[in-house]
Design a protein around this ligand. Structure first.
Ligand code: 13P
Ligand code: SF4
Length: 309
């Protein structure tokens, strides 16, 4: 089947099965085009609590499917590729975090949403890049905090909140491979361009940004800004929605170290394809299953986040 026919079939099966498709901005363009909701991690988590349909299909990575299931246990949550992981989530195992927490008694544990359900179960409050500052700011100044697993996001939040949180040494391979020197060169070529950066990027890149924020915040900022040209320093899937929303503005995908990569894609996010989405809808599998005891433990810090954001 060609892509157009696949899309038609997906939309038909979606109706027939009373299913709702949620997609992250880092999904391929065709998947974004058939999605009912496109959002950043926080928006997708919030939407999961309001879905009316019987089936939620999460086009994203595993922790997003888990978060949807944790928040909507009565729904069937399926994913086109259940093995779509995340290098950042992988950089913090529950076993290692448990030891770290034991070695640092009295600390509040804040975990980025890019973590497994088991890590969330060891956490006090989950955050996303959309609400991390607000949530950290809401805690007493003297509170001792462990923040993980993204050291770049943690360092950025330390800087803008004046905190000294203890940072887990983890990172996202996609955001770490942008090239600072090539971005500086590009800016010289386009002096009127604004640099919009995801805070998972290294600090020297965040430091030269005109704006740093989550994928949704980047989208909103691009619309509000008076600038007409932007260098976008995050996974390049976001350019699809930027171009759709603001067709008169120009968006340039930021360069990475390797010259041959023109569009910095997350290999995990891109494991989800139209064909797999079609199969997933047709067979209603693979399904996200979380043991109830673990789900309840992981739900607590996600609820805390939703209450605070
Ligand atoms: P946001 O969608 O919260 O900006 O996170 C980006 C990300 O890396 C998701 O994997
Ligand atoms: Fe994980 Fe990075 Fe991919 Fe986001 S972009 S899913 S943080 S590996």
């Amino acid at each position: 089947m060609n892509n157009n026919n696949l899309k038609k079939e997906i939309l038909r099966l979606k109706k027939e099965n009373n299913a709702c498709i949620m997609a992250h901005y880092y999904q391929e363009d065709d998947i974004q085009d058939v999605a009912d909701f496109i959002g950043d991690s926080l928006a997708l988590a919030k939407i999961a609590t309001t879905v009316k349909e019987d089936i939620i299909i999460v086009c994203g990575v595993n922790f997003m499917g888990e978060t949807a299931k944790i928040l909507s246990p009565d729904k069937k949550v399926i994913m086109p590729d259940i093995n779509a992981g995340c290098s950042l989530a992988d950089s913090c195992s529950a076993e290692d975090l448990e030891v770290f927490i034991k070695n640092h008694p009295g600390y509040k544990v804040i975990s980025y949403v890019n973590t497994s359900a088991k890590v969330k179960a060891l956490t006090d409050i989950v955050v996303t890049s959309s609400n991390a500052k607000k949530i950290v700011d809401s805690l007493p100044k003297e509170e001792k905090i462990i923040f993980g697993p993204d050291k770049n996001l943690g360092g950025y939040i330390n800087k803008i909140t004046g905190r000294d949180m203890l940072l887990w040494d983890g990172g996202c391979h996609v955001h770490q491979r942008f090239s600072y020197s090539k971005i500086v060169e590009l800016k010289k070529q386009y002096p009127n361009a604004e640099i919009l950066v995801h805070p998972e990027c290294p600090s020297e890149i965040v430091d030269i940004a005109d704006f740093a924020g989550s994928t949704l915040a980047i989208l909103n900022y691009a619309g509000e800004s008076k600038a007409n040209i932007f260098i976008i320093v995050t996974e390049c899937g976001i350019l699809h929605q930027l171009q759709i929303k603001y067709p008169d503005k120009r968006f340039i995908a930021a360069p990475v170290e390797e010259d041959k990569i023109k569009c910095n894609k997350c290999d995990y996010m891109r494991m989800c394809t139209l064909e797999k989405l079609y199969d997933c809808l047709k067979n209603k599998t693979p399904e996200i299953v979380i043991e109830e005891k673990l789900r309840i433990k992981a739900l607590k810090p996600i609820r805390a986040m939703l209450e605070l954001s």
